[in-house]
Design a protein around this ligand. Structure first.
Ligand code: 13P
Ligand code: SF4
Length: 304
């Protein structure tokens, strides 16, 4: 059955001239067939540059939207259209438009974990890999509204020393990690370094030896001499970490660090979507033109 699925996938990948982009949190069986496996920033760059006719985005909806915005001529597919990001729904265009009126002149820095309509209302986007660099591009005298992740915003504010107005959004998955979880796992693995994603609560981020995007964490783990490492991000990353680092052991900072949306892709759904060329994610041209500007500005910023 699995062999049959792999054969079908390879045939369809060629026939459709498709590129399969997979986020680091997806199920192992999907990670293993990726053309590119990476973080939000890396995958956005690939989506902007690919020559494939079809982009299959295994991840969540805002990522496929970015691919459609950056590559409007391509067919963008998702294996499961229901894979959303709850954080992206924590800010509505009406709320943001009203908030901007209260802070005229403020720059809106928007985490890519947001809808296209929110991006269209923003000055510049960022990912967890480049939030610090992006914030540094805003002139000192300009007020900053950071949307929607209060935790990433608070991390970027701390590193840059900039005061920012933080939207009250968060990732329900990373929010579950508590300082007591980290203390508990450290008692079992006292020599293990702790590498955390900046979507974690500030009090958890403060306990980390290093903080980075999923690709950042992969690099820290590769470079570390430690044999045991505590990982403060979604547990899907552990598949790749174990595969790329034989001889090292990885432990999630909390056993409940899973994102149900990232688990909606599967090998079977991937084959079906290439067979049917559906479901398609397409951002309307007018909206795409507005949302493209802040994303492009971000891609011009070094970092990540
Ligand atoms: P990164 O891979 O960009 O760090 O993304 C984290 C995330 O939560 C994506 O939804
Ligand atoms: Fe959204 Fe969090 Fe899931 Fe990432 S891990 S897709 S931020 S809910």
């Amino acid at each position: 059955m699995v062999l049959e699925l792999h054969e079908k996938l390879e045939k369809l990948r060629k026939e459709r001239n498709a590129v399969i982009l997979v986020h680091n949190y997806c199920p192992g069986e999907v990670q293993d067939v990726a053309d590119y496996l990476g973080d939000s920033l890396g995958l956005s760059r690939i989506a902007a540059e690919t020559e494939a006719d079809v982009i299959v985005f295994c991840g969540v909806h805002f990522m496929a939207e970015i691919a459609s915005i950056l590559s409007p001529g391509k067919t963008v597919l998702m294996p499961d259209i229901n894979a959303g990001c709850p954080m992206a729904n924590m800010v509505t265009p009406r709320q943001l438009a009203e908030f901007k009126k209260l802070h005229p002149g403020a720059a809106v820095v928007t985490y890519v974990n947001s809808s296209a309509v929110i991006k269209a209302l923003s000055d510049i986007c960022c990912t967890s890999a480049n939030a610090v660099e992006v914030v540094k591009t805003i002139p000192e005298e300009r007020e900053i509204i950071f949307v929607p992740d209060r935790n990433l915003g608070s991390y970027a504010a701390k590193i840059t020393g900039r005061e920012m107005i933080l939207w009250n959004g968060f990732c329900p998955t990373h929010e579950r990690v508590l300082p007591e979880h980290v203390r508990q796992i450290r008692t079992v693995h006292p020599d293990a370094p702790f590498f955390a994603h900046p979507e974690c609560r500030p009090e958890v981020v403060a306990m980390a030896d290093k903080v980075g995007s999923t690709t950042g964490i992969i690099n820290f783990c590769r470079e570390s001499l430690a044999k045991e490492i505590i990982v403060g991000t979604e547990i899907g990353l552990l598949h790749r970490l174990h595969k790329e680092n034989p001889g090292k052991e990885f432990f999630p900072a909390s056993p409940i660090l899973d994102c149900p949306n990232m688990k909606l892709s599967s090998l079977e759904k991937l084959v079906w979507c290439l067979e049917d060329l559906a479901p398609v994610v397409r951002v309307e041209p007018e909206l795409a033109a507005l949302a493209r500007e802040p994303i492009k500005k971000m891609l011009e910023v070094a970092g990540g």
